[in-house]
Design a protein around this ligand. Structure first.
Ligand code: HAM
Length: 426
């Protein structure tokens, strides 16, 4: 009889196994470090929110809300959604907790899983991870420039050669005029565009510019460009951002087709892509963001200008692996404690806990009994010192300190161990 297949992960979702954690931990550490340096603090919002939050926040005519949000009715009959992104949740949290009273701009970041029911393909998962940063309470171009710069420096610090594509989609009013022009351009072409764009023509014409289908892309090239219809203030806002990017020597291109897939944006829209993506496995943008001055008010808060971005961590980890970028080895463990025999094991447990509580970066493995295996682990961890406790040391109340580089070793009385470690780990 054929063997029954066991349980499997859900399509588009995956396990991140422990051997991959080295890259993931490094990526998240680089994101966190840069965010803190730029004055952001961390926030955590729940994975589940009321479905209506995303419908209103992201826009009911967007692909995300129409096709991709995982929604369900819970046992109490409430409509809930797994978050497809963080911005709407952070805006909700900002309003709910009265963060309006905090000094502005308020800079918040979050790292975690998001969920979108997309067709799984390279770079597109149904559960993926974002580093998301928001600058709330500033309408200045400096805030946009800071968001763009932070997205860039994180990728640079990770060894990825990225470039930003920037656009401005103006204000609601200036967009009205542009959309009129866009619709009149497409009026005679609706027969030739894809089914999705036919629908977008009626409900969300700007999104036609983002279509990747071959038969639509040639029209996009000839379509009127939003940049020619910008109001004066939006134009100046964009110019000022570009001045900052120039001053930082940040590689960017102006791309009038960047319109983004979420409805809350106004003025700045940007995406960040790998510059030299010659791998043949293009996974899409590594990140994207922009300005969303109307979102917080639309969700019931005060009028609050804001901007931000999110980086797709799964895509970034994929590129780090593909490009064989070396993850820095942190000699996080300074000491390895090896033990031989039952009595030594029991005593080592106590010594290990004492040293750990004193703040030493120490590791030991009670389940490994052979000294050879334990020394192999110590070598792999590149520790400076290995402490060895055998039966002889248990009886004499001593411990052997082995300096891994020099190979020298010395037995010291246990009550002098701390002093000896201080001396050697200076
Ligand atoms: P987004 O462009 O929808 O923006 O997503 C940001 C990044 O998340 C993308 O560039 C991509 O790297 C990654 N991503 C999105 N969908 C998937 C997927 N299905 N699989 C793997 N990676 C994915 C936002 O989410 C906005 N909330 C960003 C923002 C923050 N705007 C203002 N503040």
């Amino acid at each position: 009889m054929p063997k029954k297949r066991g349980f499997q992960t859900i399509r588009g979702m995956r396990d991140i196994l422990s051997h991959d954690q080295v890259i993931w931990q490094w990526v998240m550490e680089v994101c966190r470090k840069a965010a803190f340096a730029y004055g952001f603090s961390e926030i955590e919002t729940p994975v589940l929110e009321q479905a209506e939050l995303f419908r209103r926040g992201i826009g009911q005519e967007t692909d995300i809300v129409k096709k991709e949000v995982f929604s369900f009715k819970d046992q109490g009959g409430e409509f809930l959604s797994l978050r497809p992104e963080f911005t709407a949740s952070i805006a909700r949290s900002y309003i709910e907790h009265g963060l309006v009273n905090q000094p502005k701009p308020l800079k918040l970041f979050q790292i975690g899983s998001c969920f979108r029911h997309e067709r799984p393909q390279s770079g597109r998962l149904r559960q993926f991870h974002q580093f998301n940063a928001e600058i709330i309470g500033s309408d200045a171009a400096e805030a946009d420039a800071e968001a763009i710069t932070l997205s860039y420096v994180i990728l640079r610090d990770l060894g990825l050669n990225a470039a930003v594509q920037v656009n401005s989609i103006g204000t609601r009013d200036s967009r009205k005029l542009y959309i009129k022009k866009l619709k009149s351009f497409y009026q005679t072409k609706t027969r030739y565009i894809c089914q999705d764009c036919k629908q977008r023509f009626k409900t969300n014409p700007l999104r036609m510019l983002d279509c990747k289908k071959r038969k639509c892309t040639e029209y996009i090239m000839d379509a009127p460009q939003i940049i020619d219809y910008l109001d004066e203030a939006s134009k100046n806002h964009l110019m000022k951002i570009l001045e900052y990017l120039d001053a930082f020597d940040l590689p960017y291109v102006l791309n009038p087709q960047i319109v983004r897939g979420l409805d809350y944006y106004n003025r700045t829209a940007f995406e960040i892509w790998l510059k030299d993506d010659d791998s043949g496995s293009r996974c899409g943008a590594l990140g994207g963001g922009g300005r969303y001055d109307g979102l917080i008010e639309m969700l019931g808060g005060h009028e609050t200008p804001a901007c931000g971005f999110a980086l797709g961590l799964d895509r970034i980890v994929g590129k780090i692996r593909e490009k064989n970028i070396k993850v820095p080895v942190h000699a996080r463990v300074d000491i390895f404690l090896a033990q031989i025999g039952d009595e030594a094991g029991k005593k080592a447990l106590v010594i290990f806990d004492k040293l750990r509580c004193l703040g030493y970066n120490i590791m030991f493995n009670l389940s490994k009994r052979s000294l050879k295996q334990q020394l192999e682990t110590a070598n792999r961890l590149q520790v400076g010192l290995t402490l060895i406790l055998g039966e002889k040391e248990v009886l004499s109340n001593e411990i052997l300190i082995k300096e891994m580089d020099a190979g020298a070793q010395e037995s010291v009385p246990l009550d002098r161990l701390e002093k000896e470690l201080q001396k050697r780990l200076k």
